[in-house]
Ligand binder design. Sequence first.
Ligand SMILES: [Zn+2]
Length: 92
Amino acid sequence: MATYEYRCPQDGSFDTTLPIGAAGPAARCPRCGGRATRVFSVPRLSRTPAPLRRAIDRAERSAETPDVVTRVPGRQPVRRSPNPAHARLPRW
Ligand SMILES: [Zn+2]
C-alpha cells in the first residue's frame, strides 16, 4: 500500500491509500465528490528512525482512538515497603 496525494480545486489536497501502482491520474474528492487531480510529491519512504516512527504512529492513532488509561501517564504508583522500620524514615 502507498499513500497518494490528490488535490481538489474546491477543497484542497487529501491523501488516499491504494495498492502500489493502482493510483490513477484523478480521483473522486471525499468532500464534494468532484474530480481531484493527482499531485506528484516526494515519496514517504524516508529513513525515519523506528522509535520516532512508532511515536508518530502512536500519536496519530491516539487522535482517532485514544487508549484508555487507569492512572495518570508517567506517574508510578506508590510502593510501600513490607518492612515497618521504613515507615519511620524521614520523607523529603
Ligand atoms: Zn472537493
